[in-house]
Design a protein around this ligand. Structure first.
Ligand SMILES: Nc1ncnc2c1ncn2[C@@H]1O[C@H](COP(=O)(O)OP(=O)(O)OP(=O)(O)O)[C@@H](O)[C@H]1O
Ligand SMILES: [Mg+2]
Length: 455
């Protein structure tokens, strides 16, 4: 679904019906979409409800037909609602001073009545272009902060267990279908999300990421949907949310199980009908984002426990891609290990040739509770430790965690923590919710530790 080409929307305000009608005919004839307003109040409520590209307004209204004061006050009210929309004012013939005052207060241009059609059209076109450029600029600025200029990631997947994953990526990647990626921590869900994006027909538009795991509940809504100035104490300026940034592109919602229940219905609505509001604003905005989400939770269980809405799950998992744990695709271990070895050896400037055969055997046989991420960390450490051209089993330091139970007193606090987390994950089959429960941690607190310890 592509957003329809925007013809340019103009809001016209004048209290004289014949003026409104003449302007409507003229501008409609030029292909613009017109919305008339006959009073300052009608103008403001239209602006609150929808986006416009240009506002064309008279300065004089019935309450006070000559001074233009009402129109000047209206200018500040407009700016408070939409600080970007260009306003063109209409003044009576000969009242240039009033027009100048309006420009001083933020109007972008003025035209005197009775107007010259060609001049009016040229003003409107210029303001349209300016408006588009400004809005685009605001978006780009926000995008640049968020986007890492990474293209398609390396993805190693030669094992039989990974073939269904590759086939699904090839089949659904180019479509706009929402995809849910599941799998234990460290299995490569983000790699798959980036690959899906890279092969999609939205690859030339941004992929915007929101990690629901690391967010405090209070800031969640504003991160997703943005906010307007004054929506809450810290909202000093308008802020564009991730959904709007991803408009026309792709939104990657990582650790989706952590979206607070009270926000799930808002998420559902934007997925269903493509409409949302910034926090603190009643203006409805349309967004068109392809949503890729990922989780290592069992969402069906989360639904059963009342922590996740079933209707939202059905929206997200149009297609589900499940990543098998590394222990079910051991054929890939030597390839992955070599890939990480090359990367880290380059980074640390070490001349390493590879793993000696016992090291490869040890790698293949390791349980890999932390999956590919753990393998990556083990190889990184080995690259640093290796004294010769080949990595040896001793450099891999594989058994440290699993056999240390008798010597807790020899371990640092961090090692103990990592050890207990590993044990909890093993006990609960890598189910993060359950492990977090057993450890007395929140899910997000456990996530942060998993990242920190490379588990
Ligand atoms: N198939 C793969 N080929 C190459 N590298 C991979 C592959 N899968 C994972 N990786 C690497 O392993 C690390 C972990 O992958 P990723 O972050 O995608 O996992 P994840 O499933 O999102 O983990 P988490 O659940 O903890 O968020 C990354 O450094 C990633 O580049
Ligand atoms: Mg991830």
């Amino acid at each position: 679904m592509k957003p329809p080409q925007n013809p340019g929307r103009i809001l016209i305000a004048d209290d004289q019906a014949d003026v409104l009608e003449a302007l409507r005919l003229l501008l409609k004839g030029e292909g613009f979409a017109i919305e008339p307003a006959t009073s300052p109040a009608a103008l403001l409520s239209a602006l609150e409800a929808r986006d416009f590209d240009v506002v064309l307004m008279d300065l004089n209204y019935t309450r006070d037909t000559t001074s233009g004061q009402e129109g000047l006050d209206l200018l500040s009210a407009i700016q408070a609602i939409d600080s970007m929309v260009p306003v063109v004012v209409m003044t009576a013939w000969g009242s240039v001073e009033l027009a100048v005052e309006a420009m001083r207060r933020g109007a972008r241009d003025f035209i005197q009545k009775p107007w010259d059609n060609a001049r009016l059209m040229s003003i409107i076109r210029t303001q349209m272009e300016l408006s588009a450029a400004l809005r685009q600029g605001q978006r780009l600025e926000a995008e640049n902060k968020l986007l890492r200029a990474e293209n398609r990631p390396a993805m190693i997947a030669e094992s039989p267990a990974m073939q269904p994953v590759l086939q699904l990526i090839a089949r659904v990647g180019p479509s706009d279908a929402n995809v849910l990626i599941t799998g234990e921590p460290g299995t490569g869900k983000e790699v798959v999300a980036r690959t899906l994006y890279a092969v999609s027909n939205r690859a030339n538009r941004p992929m915007v990421t929101l990690n629901a795991g690391g967010l405090a509940e209070g800031v969640f809504e504003s991160e997703l949907f943005g906010h307007v100035k004054g929506a809450f104490t810290d909202a000093k300026v308008d802020r564009v949310g991730r959904f709007e940034l991803a408009d026309g592109g792709t939104l990657f919602l990582d650790e989706i199980a952590n979206v607070p229940v009270n926000l799930q219905s808002k998420l559902l609505r934007v997925l269903e009908i493509g409409e949302m509001e910034r926090v603190g604003s009643s203006k409805t905005r349309r967004v068109d984002a392809r949503v890729i989400s990922a989780t290592n939770a069992n969402l069906t269980e989360e639904v059963a426990a009342g922590r996740f809405r079933q209707d939202l799950l059905f929206r997200l998992n149009t297609i589900e891609i499940h990543l098998p744990p590394l222990r079910e695709r051991r054929e890939d271990i030597p390839l992955l290990a070599n890939h990480f070895l090359v990367t880290h050896a380059r980074r640390y400037r070490k001349a390493l040739q590879g793993f000696d055969p016992p090291a490869v055997k040890a790698l293949i046989e390791n349980p890999w509770q932390g999956n590919v991420r753990e393998l990556n960390h083990v190889v990184e450490r080995a690259v640093l430790m290796a004294q010769e051209r080949m990595v040896r089993p001793g450099d891999l330091a594989l058994r440290a965690g699993s056999q240390a139970s008798g010597r807790l007193e020899d371990m640092s606090l961090e090692e103990v923590e990592a050890f207990l987390i590993k044990k909890a994950l093993a006990r609960y089959n890598s189910n993060v919710s359950h492990a977090a429960n057993a450890l007395g941690l929140s899910r997000s607190a456990l996530y942060r530790r998993l990242q920190r310890y490379g588990l």
